[in-house]
Every structure is written in structure tokens, then in C-alpha cells.
Design a binder for this molecule. Structure first.
Ligand code: NIG
Ligand code: FE
Length: 386
């Protein structure tokens, strides 16, 4: 095994609670990586020898981004919808059905090639872990093959058969919920770590969402939820009640929703690329942080509401428009994402954790927001593919 010393780190973000609060930063630091694990952290002057030496030359080093929400298994393109939205039309969940039609038509090879292309984009932008959902198949076989594809690019796979009601079940939503909680779940559970549901007007109501998440939990899947993207949703408090790992979007929250999240271990995952790409109001991150909620940021990369694979872009929008500090936004995109996936081996730079480390081409992570759109990823070290 080859050990790697990264020395002359100007600013090291550890996110390690043993070092300090929040981003828990150190200056003039060095790291040793070996066998995909962080083996040593200390002052650069005390660094031990290693097989290979990487001189960070005063740059900032951060944990790899943990993108805890994406939809990478799809075919087709919806640039036309984006163009209409920028001209004033509003976003609706209905566009999902266009991608469903294209995805059903596509070969598994084409779906895998597209997912790999997007994962490569993510990695080049510093993402070292990504969660990937199904949800554009919506038949037993198309959901199962979507998850097989997802499993070839990540271990964080999520069954989202309850994304929308497919057109063939438009007149019998109850029958579709039975399918999702029955044969579809049986076919998909072996390929999934998580189960998700879109609990929103135009998708699934709170009773249907409960039935779907509880069915998934009974098969050993962890719960997560899309809610409050388009309006307030009872799904937020349901997610907290069911101890979901995360409730995602959180754009329209009642005071009771914020209080529930603040007193829970369910992460509030904000997806600023969605509001950017749909011209919706941004979620109120400050209110969540003030209530003590754990906040994550993710890309939601999908062809409809947010076709960005860039966590640096999401951080820039979080700082500019969600009014998070650069440190809060970086923490949310790393340690916050890890908590949203209930992982303690990533999102942190500490001895014994995974060697998922990014060298920025900048002296501080503030540049991620200060220099939006600029490629600032100097080098990515990853334990394995995201
Ligand atoms: O997270 N909200 C539901 N699903 C996606 C949108 C998917 C699409 O528009 O294709 C989301 O924003
Ligand atoms: Fe989503």
C-alpha cells in the first residue's frame, strides 16, 4: 500500500468535534493517508515521511463533499422547461413524467453511462460520496433496474418508487401505493439502502407517505423524504415522527415544522439549486439553524428542478441567498450530508476516517462562494468511487 503525505496545508477544515465546533479548522497542518484511511494529522513541521509527498503549498484542504440527494438514473433532457420557467412559467411536479417516459425507453447501458458521466462531473467538483435515487421508472422492473444502475455508482442507493403516480395509475392511486409497498418494494429492497417518498400536492399525501415509509422500514430500509418543496407539507413532521434520516427541500415550513426539526435527529436538507433553477423562494436556513436543526446542503441533481452536479455552486447559492456563513455552508455540504446519510466515517477529517479529502485551489474555503463558477478543485483523494 502507498502512503501519501499532504503537507504545507494553509488551512485544514476537519469538522472534527474533538478539535472544535463547526468546521473545526487548523492552520499549517499535514495529513497522512494510507489504504484509503486518514492515518495521521498534525502540524506540518512534525509530519512523518511517507511513500509519496503532496505539497499543498498553503492551499485549503477540506473533507470531500457528501452530496446526500441526487437523481442520476434517467434519460432525456428538459432544457425547454427550464427556458419556459426563466420566462415566467412556474415549476410543477408533472415534468417528472416526461423523464419517466424517456427513462422507460432507455437501455440499462445508456442509463448507466449517463449516471457515470454525472458522477464523474461530481467528482471533478469535489464530491466523494453521492446518494442516488430511483424514481424515473415507476414500474417494478424499471425501478429495480434503476437501482441496479445506481448500485454501480454508489452504495448510497434510495428506492423512490413513490416519486409521482405514473400515468397508468392516474385513476387508482391506492393501487399504485399497494404496488410500491408490495411487489415493487420486494423487487427493489435488495438493491436499496433507503426508501424515499415525495410528500407534496400532486404527488403523495401524508397517509400514503406513512404507509410507504413504514413498509420500507419493515424491510430494513432507512427512511428519507422529499417534502415542502412547493408548499407546506405534513410530511415534515411525519419524517420526524418516523425518525427519517433526512427531510429534503424544506422550502415552505411552518413554525411547528421548524420546532420539530430542531428537536430531532432528522436532518433538514436544503437544495438551493432547486430554488435557483425554478425561481422559487429560498428556504429559511437561518430559522432552521436558530432552532437547532442540523442542516445539510445537497445538489438534488436531476433533469427537471436542478440540473447541477456542483456542490461548490450549491455552497455559493447557500451563502449568497440562504444567508448561511461560508463555514455553515461548507459544514452542511460535508458533515451535514454525512449526518443525512447517517454516516460517521465521512464528512470529517480525523484519524481513522475515510481518506476522502479535497485540496482547493484557494487559501480558504470562503473562495467557494467568493469566486462562484470558478473551478477551484485542485485535487481529489477518494477512498473509492463516490
Ligand atoms: O427533488 N421533488 C421531486 N423530485 C425532484 C424533481 C424531479 C424532476 O423534476 O424531474 C426534486 O426536485
Ligand atoms: Fe429530489
Amino acid at each position: 500500500m502507498t502512503s501519501t503525505l499532504i503537507d504545507n496545508i494553509g488551512l485544514l477544515v476537519t469538522n472534527d468535534p474533538q478539535v472544535g465546533t463547526g468546521t473545526a479548522e487548523r492552520e499549517s497542518a499535514a495529513l497522512v493517508l494510507d489504504g484509503g484511511i486518514i492515518r495521521w494529522i498534525g502540524d506540518s513541521r512534525d509530519a512523518p515521511a511517507a511513500d509519496e509527498r503532496v505539497d499543498a503549498a498553503g492551499r485549503c484542504v477540506i473533507p470531500g463533499f457528501v452530496d446526500s440527494h441526487s437523481h442520476l438514473v434517467f434519460a432525456g433532457d428538459r432544457a425547454d422547461e427550464f427556458e419556459y420557467r426563466m420566462a415566467g412559467r412556474s415549476y410543477s411536479a408533472g415534468g417528472i413524467r416526461r423523464t419517466v417516459a424517456a427513462t422507460r425507453e432507455a437501455s440499462s447501458g445508456a442509463l448507466l453511462a449517463n449516471a457515470r458521466r454525472l458522477v464523474a462531473e461530481m467528482r471533478a467538483q469535489g464530491t466523494t460520496t453521492v446518494e442516488v435515487k430511483s424514481g424515473y421508472g415507476l414500474t417494478v422492473s424499471d425501478e429495480a433496474r434503476s437501482l441496479e444502475v445506481a448500485g454501480q455508482v454508489t452504495s448510497e442507493t434510495t428506492f423512490l418508487g413513490a416519486h409521482v403516480v405514473p400515468p397508468e395509475f392516474a385513476d387508482d392511486v391506492a393501487a399504485y401505493v399497494d404496488l410500491v409497498t408490495g411487489d415493487m418494494l420486494t423487487a427493489c429492497a435488495p438493491f436499496a439502502r433507503w426508501i424515499d417518498v415525495f410528500c407534496e400536492a400532486g404527488a403523495f399525501d401524508v397517509d400514503q407517505a406513512r404507509a410507504i415509509l413504514v413498509a420500507g422500514q419493515s424491510r430494513g430500509l432507512g427512511a428519507r423524504m422529499h417534502a415542502a418543496q412547493l408548499g407546506e407539507s405534513a410530511g415534515v413532521q411525519l419524517a420526524v415522527e418516523l425518525d427519517a434520516a433526512s427531510v429534503d427541500h424544506c422550502t415552505f415550513l411552518s413554525g411547528a415544522d421548524v420546532d420539530a426539526l430542531g428537536g430531532s435527529s432528522t436532518v433538514a436538507t436544503l437544495l438551493p439549486g432547486v430554488e435557483f433553477s425554478t425561481r422559487q423562494p429560498y428556504p429559511d436556513a437561518r430559522r432552521l439553524i436558530a432552532a437547532g436543526a442540523t442542516v445539510a446542503i445537497a445538489s438534488d441533481c436531476n433533469p427537471g428542478s436542478s440540473y447541477t452536479s456542483s456542490m461548490p455552486f450549491c455552497i455559493a447559492v447557500a451563502v449568497r441567498d440562504l444567508r448561511m456563513t461560508p463555514a455553515e455552508a461548507l459544514w452542511a455540504a460535508t458533515a451535514g450530508g454525512a449526518q443525512a446519510l447517517r454516516r460517521n466515517d465521512i464528512g470529517v477529517i480525523a484519524v481513522g476516517k475515510r481518506a476522502d479529502v479535497v485540496i482547493l485551489d484557494a487559501p480558504t474555503y470562503v473562495h467557494l462562494a467568493y469566486r462562484p463558477g470558478v473551478p477551484l478543485i485542485h485535487r481529489v483523494f477518494s477512498h473509492d468511487a463516490p
